[in-house]
Design a protein around this ligand. Structure first.
Ligand code: NAD
Length: 483
């Protein structure tokens, strides 16, 4: 049975789309058709922005509600998502190939957790009175920034949706959500959960569409802020538009992060953690440490351990709970990763495992998990984001050399340092130019700001910083009248 939607979620109800064009989704594993939704056009974005604008400007509307009332609605929204958790996980796995063991962990729990986290945070926020340096007091208030345009990638669609939606809604903003064409079916479950939770009309609107309609949202005069997660190429275009309009923008972009294995590290005992930090979700996560920096003194041994682990990963049906590596998101994306693999091999990087398509998969966009050794630090395998199951092992001489290699990148989103000596690892981590980094693993946390430096983006999500991007600060100088 396929999943079919005929309407778009705009203004709190299902509305007839402006055109008959449809976004059709195929299973990444079987290539079978699995469903379709209306393809949003500029006119649908206009309707959605108008609905969000009306909801935001309503004198008794969502932004004016006491924080506790908004928080109650968000907690109900969290509950409604949880009851649909399995369905959401299955839709994500069918559309983008995320192994179900992961979609059932990440995509069912993160959204509800983020909604509750920001609901609690906004309830605890109060206007602040600061003692002024010049003897008077200052009142600092926060208000919602307005109508938010949120543009999403396909790789972890639910979690990334709520990195934006949870703080934006908690702050009192209204939102037009633009899912990626590859992952539209799970986005409609979000609409169903929002309706069931009683989110007021227009507070959330969902319009799936391609790039050009998405850019209409970015420059729309009714939008006050853009929050984007995706590629650096599109991020730059969005940044240019927002710069011209002086429109606040958050950009979460790509990465090519480094795992620095120090010479005292027990790799054999921790190889699974390295796999999770560098190749999880079929290599389709922005924060993965895909450059593995290995000390010269232990190079052969570590290359062998990594090759052994990667060559033994379970590749196959993403709905099989035992699967570790599923298919890539699309034929086009697999072609791109394969061409980067070819280019790297032509430059002299040595394939120690993988490099082709799995012989036992005659359907789907599968690619063998691949390891390159002897990678030149300036080469394609060291510099380009593949966004697939490909690791690049680079040899370093000493700690400083490792830090220099880690920093020799256009990107700076994440990374990891691995050592038996915690303080030594933290000392190295502090010298890596990046927005986030893990010690002996990598795991983001709602409490801590997440985002990149250099070509990895602008601004931060998560933590109180993530909420502040959806709020406007106002300083009220409390001056006394002359007696
Ligand atoms: P993408 O940039 O191709 O698309 C992202 C979104 O932008 C999609 O919704 C797409 O429809 C839309 N879009 C395309 N052209 C546009 C335009 N001209 N104007 C406005 N919107 C436009 O990225 P993708 O292929 O979906 O995702 C993969 C990329 O995302 C990788 O580079 C990855 O590293 C990055 N990513 C970053 C993070 C992070 O948090 N930093 C998280 C996940 C993915």
């Amino acid at each position: 049975m396929t999943i079919e939607y005929d309407s778009l979620f705009i203004g709190g109800k299902w509305q007839t789309p402006s055109s008959e064009d449809r976004i059709r989704v195929h299973s990444t594993a079987t290539e079978e058709y699995i469903g379709s939704v209306p393809e949003g056009k500029n006119e649908d974005i206009d309707s959605a922005v108008t609905a969000a604008r009306v909801a935001f400007d309503d004198p008794e509307g969502w932004p004016t509600w006491p924080a506790e009332r908004r928080a109650e609605t968000l907690r109900r929204f969290a509950g409604e998502l949880e009851t649909r958790g399995e369905e959401i996980a299955n839709r994500v796995t069918a559309q983008n190939g995320m192994p179900v063991s992961l979609s059932q962990k990440w995509e069912t729990t993160n959204p509800a957790q983020l909604l509750r986290f920001y609901a609690d945070m906004v309830c605890a926020q109060e206007d602040e009175v600061r003692p002024g340096v010049k003897g008077k007091q200052v009142l600092v208030t926060r208000s919602p920034i307005g109508v938010v345009g949120a543009i999403l990638p396909w790789n972890v669609p639910q979690s990334i949706t709520f990195l934006k939606l949870a703080p934006a809604l908690a702050a009192g903003c209204t939102v037009v959500l633009k899912p990626s064409p590859e992952t539209v079916l799970d986005a409609f479950t979000v609409a169903e959960a929002a309706m069931a939770a009683g989110l007021p009309a227009g507070v959330l609107n969902i319009v799936p569409a391609g790039g050009s309609v998405s850019s209409h949202l970015v420059s729309h005069p009714g939008v006050d802020k853009i929050s984007f997660t995706g590629s650096p190429e599109v991020g730059r275009l969005i940044g240019e538009t927002c710069g011209r309009l002086l429109r606040p923008v958050t950009l979460e972009l790509g990465g090519k992060s480094a795992a620095i294995l120090l010479d005292d590290f027990d790799l054999a005992g921790n190889i699974d953690q390295l796999y999770h930090a560098s190749m999880t979700n079929n290599g389709q996560v922005c924060w993965l440490s895909t450059r593995i920096l290995v000390p010269e003194s232990r190079y052969d041994e570590m290359v062998e351990l990594i090759t052994d682990k990667v060559s033994n990963l379970e590749v196959g049906d993403p709905f099989d709970p035992a699967t570790e590596i599923g298919p890539l998101v699309s034929e086009r994306h697999r072609d791109r990763v394969e061409s980067l693999i070819r280019q790297s091999a032509e430059e002299g990087a040595r394939i120690t495992t993988g490099g082709g398509r799995p012989a036992d998969q005659d359907k789907g966009w599968f690619l063998e998990p691949t390891v390159f050794a002897d990678v030149d630090r300036k080469g394609t395998a060291a510099q380009k984001e593949f966004f697939g199951p490909v690791l690049s092992i680079i040899k370093y001489t000493d700690e400083q050399d490792a830090i220099d290699i880690a920093n020799d990148s256009d990107f700076g989103l994440a990374g990891s340092v691995w050592s038996a000596d915690f303080d030594r690892a933290v000392g190295v981590a502090k010298q890596v130019e990046t927005g986030t980094i893990g010690i002996n693993g990598y795991a983001t946390d709602p409490s801590a700001p997440f985002g990149g430096v250099k070509a990895s983006g602008l601004g931060r999500e998560l933590g109180p910083e993530g909420l502040s991007h959806y709020q406007v600060l106002k300083s009220v100088y409390l001056l006394q009248p002359n007696a």
